[in-house]
Design a binder for this molecule. Structure first.
Ligand code: GLN
Length: 488
């Protein structure tokens, strides 16, 4: 039995039936990791000893305790910007290269409550700033479908780990597309929940008004299972919403999209969209139509200014959030400094990479006294208009369907020298964060050279159920998920 090929629900079944033990699961996964990780480099840290100890304890408990929980014994990978008590959490930055959090993020505490197994912490662009994992201080991850290509980012390590069967499922974080875009690049499923749906407590902040944690999984059903566990109000996060959480697996019953109106925003099918991607997404729309959905043209007129708006707001919030790394409280402290001020400056100079520094400078500039209204104030006003675009569209339709990325995954090194080109790869994902709505990315085809193409489904706030229903119906009607990468 090849355990690492199973989905989370399949693996859970085997554990519940007593066909495998948690110890065997851990063993199988680290064997798989030892085989492919030298090529993929999805992990920053492997938590081998603690995973074994967790598995032993769980097996002991299972001897006379038959209660099962969906995440019990499930081997997960966690993006390395989510705090795990006692396990290194680096944000792929030299600044936090030795940081071991004294507490768990709320999402981790919930997983732990179910008896999950933490296999390790996955690679990302430093502080989640980027679209390829090439901004990691510890080197890039690789795309399992073709090692010369990026796995996307910033949650590229998590997406690559799921695609390469180095974990059964993973968590990522999404500020402007960082769950959905790498999921699309790696041919897996990534869900960004509504802002406030999942607690951000213990997620190292990048841009607090945009950040959201979510699942990256092998299929849509697994995403629903994981969301069930991590969603819900948390008093420790003042932006977490006190909205009741449905059972998301209920969304998987219908297998059709009857009576649903599906909007296609014309601005998303314009110049710059790769023809292969357009073709795959249009074919998916036909499929959704066959499944009973009514396809309707909609307009999101502010689409063209979304990237500019995002890069003012995200960098402003980042510059403020990253002010805490001063060499005093945690992480790196420069050894070169003669006095306090020099210690601050040298620590930040040595600890942050070029992209993080670029964003701190941009954000500090747009927040400075003379420019605040012209840039930050203006961007906030435009953000409201972007949200209104979606409000208006969702008056007419239940869901919106778009590409995830203008092209399939690009080559390692292709965009790293040109930050603006890199920023443009998020054109279809960023507005979702500015509007705070939920969206899922799932495979809808392959390019001629064999790279996955992603389909994005957007929903109304807190309507993850409808998003999951449509994604599941589409997934079950097609067989993209059966294609798996051969790593060589
Ligand atoms: N690629 C975008 C950025 O660089 C989004 C990153 C993210 O979602 N964390 O900011």
């Amino acid at each position: 039995m090849v355990l690492h090929k199973l989905t989370l629900r399949e693996l859970q079944d085997k554990l519940t039936q007593g066909e495998v033990s948690a110890r065997e699961i851990v063993h199988a996964y680290y064997l798989r990791i030892s085989q492919v990780e030298p090529k993929i480099k999805a992990y920053i840290t492997q938590a081998v000893d603690s995973a074994r100890a967790q598995a032993e304890a769980l097996d002991q408990k299972l001897k006379n305790w038959r209660r099962t929980m969906p995440l019990m014994g499930m081997p997960l990978a966690i993006k390395d910007n989510i705090c795990t008590e006692g396990v290194l959490t680096t944000c792929a930055s030299r600044m936090l290269g030795t940081f071991v959090p004294p507490y768990d993020a709320t999402v981790i505490a919930r997983l732990r409550g179910q008896g999950y197994l933490l296999l390790g912490k996955t690679n990302l662009d430093e502080f989640a700033m980027g679209s390829s994992t090439e901004n990691s201080a510890f080197g890039p991850s690789r795309n399992p479908w073709n090692l010369g290509y990026v796995p996307g980012g910033s949650s590229g390590g998590s997406a690559a780990a799921v695609a390469a069967d180095e974990c059964v499922a993973a968590l990522g974080s999404d500020t402007g597309g960082s769950i959905r875009q790498p999921a699309a690049c790696c041919g897996v499923v990534g869900l960004k929940p509504t802002y406030g749906r999942v607690s951000r407590y213990g997620l190292v902040a990048f841009a607090s008004s945009l950040d959201q944690i979510g699942p990256i999984t092998k299929d849509v059903a697994d995403a629903a299972v994981l969301l069930n566990v991590i969603a819900g109000h948390d008093p420790q996060d003042s932006t977490s919403a006190d909205v009741s959480v449905p059972d998301y697996t209920r969304a998987l019953k219908k297998k059709d999209v009857k009576k649903l109106k599906i909007g296609v925003p014309r601005e998303y099918f314009a110049e710059g969209l790769d023809p292969e991607v357009e073709q795959a997404v249009r074919a998916a729309l036909d499929q959704l139509n066959e499944l009973g959905g009514e396809i309707i043209d909609v307009s999101l007129p502010m689409t063209g200014v979304a990237i500019a708006t995002y890069y003012v707001i995200a960098t402003a919030e980042a510059s403020s959030n990253l002010a805490r790394y001063d060499g005093v409280k945690y992480g790196l402290r420069s050894k070169q400094a003669k006095d306090l001020l020099e210690m601050y400056m040298k620590t930040r100079q040595e600890g942050f990479g070029p992209e993080v520094k670029r964003r701190i400078m941009l954000g500090t500039y747009t927040l400075s006294a003379g420019y605040y209204e012209a840039y930050y104030g203006k961007a906030q006003a435009v953000r409201t208009l972007i949200r209104r675009d979606f409000d208006a569209a969702f008056q007419e339709v239940d869901l919106i369907v778009t590409p995830v990325m203008p092209t399939p995954a690009f080559k390692l090194g292709e965009k790293i020298e040109d930050p603006l080109q890199m920023y443009l790869s998020d054109i279809y994902t960023i507005s979702v964060n500015l509007a705070g709505i939920p969206a899922i990315s799932l495979p809808c085809g392959f390019s001629k050279v064999g790279l996955p193409i992603g389909l994005q489904i957007l929903g109304r706030p807190f309507q993850e159920e409808t998003v999951l229903r449509a994604a599941y119906a589409y997934e079950q009607a097609t067989n993209w998920r059966t294609r798996r990468p051969t790593i060589r």
